[in-house]
Each structure stands twice: as C-alpha cells, then as structure tokens.
Design a protein around this ligand. Structure first.
Ligand code: GLU
Ligand code: ZN
Length: 279
C-alpha cells in the first residue's frame, strides 16, 4: 500500500504553494488506495512556532484534506536523530565542524545545489571541548562506503545518485538537533512513507536522502517531485510578496474545497503559475 505525507515546517502560516503540495500528497494517496500522513517538522528552535500548528491543521481540514493516523511531530523524535548520529559517528562518517555560516561562505570555492560547498576545513580535526559543533558527513567516504546508488522519481525517471555535489553536508546542527536531511530521511522511514512527494526545489536533496538510506539500512521510497506554485516573476510564493495565507482566506469565509478544486484544475489566481522554481 502506498503512503504519502505532507510535512510542513511551522515557521509561518501556510500559503497557496503549501495547499498545492498537500493536495498532491493527499490525492496521490487517495487515487491509489493508500494513506496520507501529516508530519510537523518542528525542530528548528529559532524559527518553529507551536502556535501555528493548529492553524496548519485547520487549513488542511478547511481544504477538505483528511489525513490518516495521528499527526506526528519531529520534536518528539529527537532520540532517533541522536541515535542515527551516533551510528554514523561510529561508522567514522561524521566529523565535528566549528565553522560559522559566514566562515563557510568565505572559504567556499564551489557552489552546489544548496549554496556554498564546504571545503572540508575541519575534516580530520577533533571536537574542541565545550565549543558548539555541527557534525558533517564525510561525503567522499560515505559515498564510497555506500557504493553506486540509484533512486526513482516517478515523474523524472531513474536517477543516478550523486550526493557528492553537495560536499560535506551538516547532519547534526549546532542550533538544532538534526538537519532537515537526517530528520526527514529517518522520519519517512519511521512513518512508512513509500512515496515521498514534495516540490521540485527539493529534487537534489533526494540524492543525500538516498545515500543516508543506504548508510542506515532504511527502506527506499519512490519520489514524486512536483511543480511549484510561483509568482509571475518565477519566484516562490511568500506572504511578504502578497500571497495570502490560507488561514486568512479561511477566516475571510472563502470556500476551501472550491479553492482545492481550482488548484487541482490548474485554475490559478491571477499572476500565479506552475513552474520548476529553479535556475
Ligand atoms: N518541512 C519541509 C518544508 O516545509 C518539507 C520537505 C519535505 O517534504 O521533505 O519545506
Ligand atoms: Zn568547519
């Protein structure tokens, strides 16, 4: 049976782009007789807001998107992220890094899908006592240990796994228990997600997730990276650029199921369009 999920980060209210992402995940599950789960990605202590969770769930209900099973929260799974981190450390695949974001930007000579590629400054050093460290994946070593990998996007077709393009990514963050990559990969496995749906902006991240699945012995889902709902100028929707929050539409008495039907039919508000959102 297939199982999909919508996994919002409660850093702000949902907008139309989130509605589209939730509809894709929901509808693919329903069309194929599967299940649709909701996971709240709330481990970014500086940005995550607990008060937004009821708003997000109310938005999904308002759109007519019913989910299966209890809503799960990443903040309740910190032990599993730490355990995976310890396992990767024991495999000799993580090293501590004290560099700040600004230092990384300054040191970087190459750019990957996520921005500056970390040049490995701290590789081979040991953790300084008491200083906060991030733990980075020794990508070359990890990729070598995993061997050649592939993954399947059901829209784009089979992909040769190329995590090296990211360099040594952070898996355990200084200011948060885990990086998005580690938490999402572990959770998709824990939640039995067989079809990972998300926007094309996260297509490249799946190379890292596929590698982590191989290293940690996790089941491998199929991916479905969908088009993004974009502003007329190709930029992502943002409330500050005038895209309404779903909660505002809901409170204004708009018809949620009618909005969902319009998005499904590609009848978009003036100025918005579907696109790849990259390049
Ligand atoms: N929490 C992520 C976001 O809001 C979801 C990414 C994913 O679906 O893997 O963008
Ligand atoms: Zn460093």
């Amino acid at each position: 049976m297939i199982r999909t999920r919508f996994a919002p980060s409660p850093n702000g209210l949902l907008h139309l782009g989130h509605a589209h992402a939730a509809i894709v995940a929901h509808d693919l599950a329903r069309e194929r007789g599967g299940e649709f789960a909701v996971r709240i990605e709330d481990i970014d202590g500086t940005r995550s807001r607990a008060d937004l969770v009821p708003e997000i769930l109310a938005d999904l209900e308002w759109l007519g998107l019913a989910w299966d099973g209890p809503v799960v929260f990443q903040s309740e799974r910190l032990a599993s992220y730490a355990a995976a981190g310890e396992r990767l450390k024991a495999m000799g695949l993580l090293y501590p890094c004290t560099c700040t974001r600004a230092q990384v930007a300054e040191q970087a000579r190459e750019f990957g899908p996520d921005g500056p590629i970390y040049p490995g400054t701290c590789r081979g050093r040991s953790a300084p006592p008491d200083a906060p460290v991030a733990w980075r994946l020794d990508m070359a070593r990890a990729a070598q240990q995993a061997g050649p990998l592939e993954w399947l996007d059901e829209l784009a077709g089979p992909q040769v796994c190329r995590p090296e393009q990211f360099g040594d990514v952070v898996l355990l963050r200084k200011e948060a228990p885990a990086s998005y990559h580690l938490a999402a990969t572990l959770d998709d496995a824990a939640d039995g997600i067989t079809l990972v749906t998300r926007g094309l902006d996260l297509f490249a991240a799946s190379h890292i997730h596929r590698l982590l699945q191989a290293l940690l012995g996790l089941p491998v889902p199929v991916w479905h990276h969908h088009l993004l709902l974009l502003e007329a100028d190709g930029r992502k929707l943002a409330k500050r650029r005038g895209s309404p929050a779903l909660a505002d539409l809901r409170r204004a008495g708009e018809d949620g199921p009618a909005l969902a039907a319009a998005l499904r039919a590609g009848r978009l508000p003036t100025g918005l369009s579907f696109g790849k959102g990259v390049g």
